[in-house]
Design a protein around this ligand. Sequence first.
Ligand code: PRP
Ligand code: ADE
Length: 172
Amino acid sequence: MKKVEDYIRTIPDFPEPGIMFRDVTSILQDAEGFRLAIDEMKKLIENVDCDVIAGAESRGFIFGAPLAYALGKPFVLIRKKGKLPCETIEKTYDLEYGTATIEMHKDAVKPGQKVVIVDDLIATGGTIEAAAQLVEELGGEVVKIIFLMELAGLNGREKLAKYDVESVVTYE
Ligand code: PRP
Ligand code: ADE
């Protein structure tokens, strides 16, 4: 039987020399690969007591939304700056290549809500550290963070040391 990692294609030197780019399109364009990825991520959170699933734009939406649907939870968006129409809070952070700013609607998470954060991949951990800080600024509690893929060599987990973090596939 194929495993999730069998569906992930790696592109060397994209988008910059030295980056090994783990490509989600090769999972998504295979119906069994996509289903397997969602099923494996679901296993990581199906027993977690949570009120809300939050996904980080854009690849986090692809995996977060079906998980929220499957688990019967609301899905809230952590978007790149300038996309959300209502009142927002924002955070700027460093990426494996470049910097970015993300935002959440101020009413996306209510004080005291338990939040699971979902993304496709952790590299430096900057995106999801910023995402977790936004959730906390809104009064939410980050009860778990899950990724489909983890690039362990970049030590992103160190930034998320205080959280419960799990990934389906780990690359050393
Ligand atoms: C990628 C990926 C994660 C983040 C991981 O998103 O989907 O969100 O980078 O990197 P980090 O752990 O170093 O923060 P990207 O910002 O490229 O946006 P995209 O999902 O829209 O492609
Ligand atoms: N986002 C940040 N680093 C990445 C990588 N190496 N592969 C795919 N997406 C990424």
